[in-house]
Structure formats: C-alpha cells, structure tokens
Design a protein around this ligand. Structure first.
Ligand code: ZN
Ligand code: ZN
Length: 361
C-alpha cells in the first residue's frame, strides 16, 4: 500500500514539472486522501521535489499516524493554513501550485500572507491523476457498489403502502452503516408519485400509494470510495401508459449509452447516444442533465459525460450512465449504473435488475 502512495507522489512530481512549479500545496480532503491515504476532513499536504509533508491538528494525529505512511506527519497548533504557508516559506521555493477548486478565497489569502512566494493555479492537477483508477481502487468501488445494492435489495422488500419517502431514505442509510459503510456518499433520494419529476428532489413526508412511481437514487462511501445507483419502480400497478413509454425510452437510451462506453470514445459522443434517442422519442426537452459523471473518492468527479466534454475515455475511468426523463405533474424515470472503462469496452459494476418492475404487485 505504501508503494501506491509513493507512486502517486511521483505522478504528482511529474505533473509539477509540466506546470513549471516546484511544489504543490493542498487542503482539499479528496486530493489529500488520494495522495496520502488520510480519510479525515482536515489536513494540509505539501509535495516538492524532495519533500512530502502532511500537516494536521491534534484531533487527527493518531489517525494520520495509522493511515499516512509515505509522508512526514506533523501535528501543528493553531491555524492549519497559516502553518502550511509558513512551512512553504521555509522551503526555499519559487512557485507553488494549488488547485483553485480546492481552496476558498479566504484560505488562499491566509496562505499567501504566510508564504511570500508565488502561487500558481493548477486546475485539476491531482484530479487528472485521480481520473484513472488503479485495480485496487476499482476493487474499492466494486465493494462500495455491492454494499449499496445489498442495502437496496433489503429495503425494497420492506416497502409498503403508507411509508413516507424520508422513512425509506433513512432505512437505506441505516443499512449502509450497519453493513460497514462509513455512510451515504450523498443524501439518498427517495421520491414517490409525481414528485419523481424532480431529478434531485429531497425525500419528505409524502406517503406511498398504490399506482405510484418510486424513484430511488442511493450510494454509500465504503473503503474510502463512493458508489451511485438509481432505479425507478412502479408500486402495486403501472402508473399509466406514459410510464411504460418513458421507462422503455430511458431503458433503451441507457443500454445504448453503456454499449458506447469504450476506450477512445469522446464523452460528448457517449452523451449524444442517449440524448439523441430520447430526443427522437419526443422527450428531448425533459432530459436536462448530463448523462453521467466519474465516481471515485468523490461522488462527482471527472470525467463528465455531457454534451460539452471533449475528453476521451481511457481504461480505468469509472463513470455513471444515468439518463432520465422527467414530466412535470406526472413523474420521472431515471436508470443509473456505474461502468468501468476496460481495454475492450465497459464493464457494468451494478447487478440490480433494471427491467420494469412493479413492487408488491
Ligand atoms: Zn450519479
Ligand atoms: Zn445517483
């Protein structure tokens, strides 16, 4: 495992040379987890040609000593960012790279106050390393994916008329933790009836009725990695002819897009496979979001599958494929799976069936 982190540090050093910087500084938890293995929320990381320093406060010292092997761990008092800047100031550096996505304006000002050298924005410097997953990372994603599927399978058994959306969401998140996940990777979405037309609606007091649409979007964080899955069901009976037509469209669009996932495919072209099919069926105006996103240490990371992304897929990338059609006042359907880009094409990590299913029929 220590080797993993040494390799990542070396990868970052190569990137630093390309950015013409002699060090990198970060307080962003996801990048810091990738570089060091530390899973806590607050830390500072410095990587230069000959140093790899990890700074934390006393709340995290013991955890850092257990998790962080390839960096020199220091416990620092007071303001972590000021201490990070002072450390940089003592290192005889000219230009320090930082990822602007990982710093607030106030944090950057505090660092600059303590470090008089020049700071250079290096957008996505670590995110670009993170975009290709190693076999170990894919194993972690697979474990996170399996855990959430087991939780969903159990909770689906219990769903009965009269249960509230928020109760089902809470049951899913309980199952995540009871099964060993560190928690949900995002707020679980459970929506009933016409409320399913809100792509990211939040679960409330609405109670399940016979003939409702049921949309569940869930994912957990396990072994440091996230998972993501959406299924849409009918409860008791099909909500109407519109539902079958929309379900079939989304199902076919999702299947076709998964077939299009392969090394060398441009992200916007994969998005277009689903979007064109949905458009052709007359629902183009009702699919507003992108087709999918990368999943890893963060629930949403690169690559983005959307109409603008020129990025080309490579083996080791892991993406969701999640087209949806949302009809205000009626309801919506989204189907989402996680797909690993392999040498040959795409491997779907999710096993939960996706043929149209009526719960408790
Ligand atoms: Zn997603
Ligand atoms: Zn999702």
């Amino acid at each position: 495992m220590e080797n993993t982190f040494t390799n990542r540090i070396e990868g970052l050093r190569k990137a630093l040379a390309e950015w013409e910087c002699d060090a990198f500084a970060s307080v962003a938890a996801p990048d810091n987890q990738y570089l060091t293995g530390f899973t806590g929320s607050t830390s500072g990381v410095i990587v230069s040609a000959d140093a790899a320093a990890f700074l934390c406060d006393s709340r995290y010292t013991e955890q850092a000593q257990q998790q962080v092997k390839a960096f020199r761990v220091s416990e620092v008092p007071g303001n972590l960012i000021t201490r990070l800047g002072e450390r940089l100031a003592g290192m005889n550096l000219s230009t320090v790279a930082y990822d602007p996505n990982g710093w607030t304006v106030a944090q950057l000002a505090a660092m600059q106050k303590a470090f008089p050298g020049s700071l250079k924005p290096a957008d996505g410097i670590v995110a670009r390393l993170r975009i290709i997953k190693s076999p170990d990372e894919i194993d972690a994603l697979r474990a996170a994916s399996e855990l959430k599927e087991a939780a969903l399978a159990d909770v689906l058994q219990e769903i009965r008329e009269g249960v509230a959306e928020a109760e089902v969401a809470a049951r899913i998140e309980y199952e995540f933790k009871a099964r060993g996940a560190s928690g949900a990777s995002f707020d679980t979405i459970v929506l009933f009836g016409s409320r399913t037309s809100m792509p990211h609606g939040s679960p409330g007091k609405t109670r399940l009725k016979h003939g409702d649409t049921v949309l569940i979007d869930l994912g957990c964080r396990h072994c440091g990695y996230c998972s993501d899955l959406t299924r849409t069901y009918a409860y008791g009976t099909i909500p109407g002819a519109w539902f079958e037509a929309v379900y079939e469209t989304v199902f076919e669009a999702q299947s076709a897009a998964i077939q299009a996932v392969r090394p060398g495919a441009r992200c916007r072209d994969v998005d277009a496979v689903a979007r064109d099919l949905i458009q052709f069926r007359g629902y183009g105006a009702h699919f507003g979001h992108g087709l999918g996103h990368g999943v890893g240490i963060e629930i949403h990371e690169g690559p983005r599958l959307n109409a603008e992304s020129e990025l080309v897929l490579e083996p080791g990338m892991v993406v969701t494929v999640e087209p949806g059609v949302y009809l205000p006042g009626k309801g919506g359907v989204r189907i989402e799976d996680m797909v690993v880009v392999t040498e040959k094409g795409g491997e779907v990590l999710t096993r939960t069936p996706k043929a149209l299913k009526v719960l408790n029929a």
